[in-house]
Design a protein around this ligand. Structure first.
Ligand code: COA
Length: 326
């Protein structure tokens, strides 16, 4: 049997920074409110013409280099995003394959909003463990600034742009492997987070939509669901929270992250927080946070990570995995 190993990580963020102070000039908000309610100080914004696949390309190149593989070794690209380059087709995974210069590869997008990267990891793990693929590029990348309404203060302060990518490889040994992944959804809450398309007949077609969110309801459900998902993940693997080196959750709001960390019994130094610098980057937030820990030298080969995410759908998921990058 093959095991799936988290071989490397890479990330990229656009240069342009949008600070809370700049947002104060656009909508009726304040640095104090945003910081207190979300922990966000600033977020990155893609340049005009900079697409999700452009951010993903830079993140993927780093991940490929760090995994010490040839790009031709990749036999599957799984791309998690809610801001694809094109609507419906072609997939952003195919655009990325072209930009990477890989000709013969399976490639598709998945839509699981902020849980997209964990869903992507679960797909990679299943393909590898079944023996169908050996080297999978899993990407979470977003240009959320394209679908944010900068007149709506309840959403525009939250979201940012960025990309993260990981190489997952097959191994004969369970040592340093991805131990377990759990994914789930409850479509009964589909209307908590939506980007409605314009109805048929509207000039300009169905695009031009914006994120709409029931923020407070989402907040409460996120804390409850994520806490029990993490506890169940540890229990299912006969592990205590003390075994975890880093808890790397989706970066939506520091209050959600703190509350979940406390319920799981994780001390602050094990709880990774990058939301202050980047805001909520949906499917990109977890790989971006893993990358931050790797580049600052804190996350090392052999460390055990607990990942978890919650997002539109509603979807959620968690992953217990060793990190195997030198
Ligand atoms: C969005 C969020 C930060 C709002 O915080 P909250 O404490 O729930 O705040 P509420 O929505 O209850 O709003 C409280 C007040 O702040 C106001 N407010 C909302 N956004 C504001 C802003 N940017 N600046 C100033 N005031 C704001 C509201 O209008 C409301 O005013 P009112 O009491 O006069 O009606 C929070 O609900 C959240 O993080 N939700 C989850 C987000 C999330 O995880 N989304 C994606 C899942 S991946």
């Amino acid at each position: 049997m093959s095991f799936a190993v988290f071989k490397s990580i890479g990330a990229y963020v656009p240069e342009k920074i949008l600070s809370n102070e700049e947002l104060e000039k656009i909508v009726d908000t304040s640095d104090e409110w945003i910081l207190k309610r979300t922990g966000i100080k600033e977020r990155r914004i893609a340049a005009d013409g900079e697409l999700t696949s452009d951010l993903a390309l830079k993140a993927s190149i780093k991940a490929i280099e760090r995994a010490k593989i040839n790009k031709e070794d990749i036999d599957l690209i799984v791309f998690a995003t809610i801001t694809p380059d094109f609507l419906c087709m072609p997939s952003t995974a195919c655009i990325l394959a072209d930009k990477l210069g890989i000709k013969n590869v399976a490639a598709f997008d998945i839509s699981a909003a902020c849980s997209g990267f964990i869903y992507g990891l679960s797909v990679a793990k299943a393909y590898i463990e079944s023996g169908m693929k050996k080297t999978v590029l899993v990407v979470g990348a977003e240009t959320l600034s394209r679908i944010v309404d900068y007149t709506d203060r309840t959403t525009c302060v939250l979201f940012g742009d960025g990309a993260g990518a990981a190489i997952i490889t097959a191994s004969e040994s369970r040592e340093n492997a991805i131990l377990d992944i759990h994914t789930s959804a409850d479509g009964g809450y589909w209307d908590f987070l939506v980007t409605p398309l314009a109805p048929k007949g509207v000039e300009g077609g169905i695009c031009g939509s914006h994120i709409k969110m029931k923020g407070n309801e989402t907040f409460k459900l996120a804390v409850k669901t994520l806490a029990s998902d993490c506890v169940n993940m540890l229990k299912a693997n006969n592990m205590e929270s003390s075994a975890i080196d880093y808890f790397i959750p989706h970066q939506a709001n520091y209050r959600i992250i703190k509350a979940v960390g406390e319920s799981v019994g994780l001390p602050d130094e094990k709880v990774v927080l990058t939301v202050g610098k980047y805001g909520n980057t949906s499917a990109a937030s977890i790989p971006m946070a893993i990358n931050e820990m790797y580049e600052t030298g804190k996350l090392k080969k052999g460390h055990l990570m607990l990942l978890d995410a919650f997002g539109g759908g509603l979807t959620w998921g968690s992953c217990l995995s060793y990190f195997d990058c030198e």
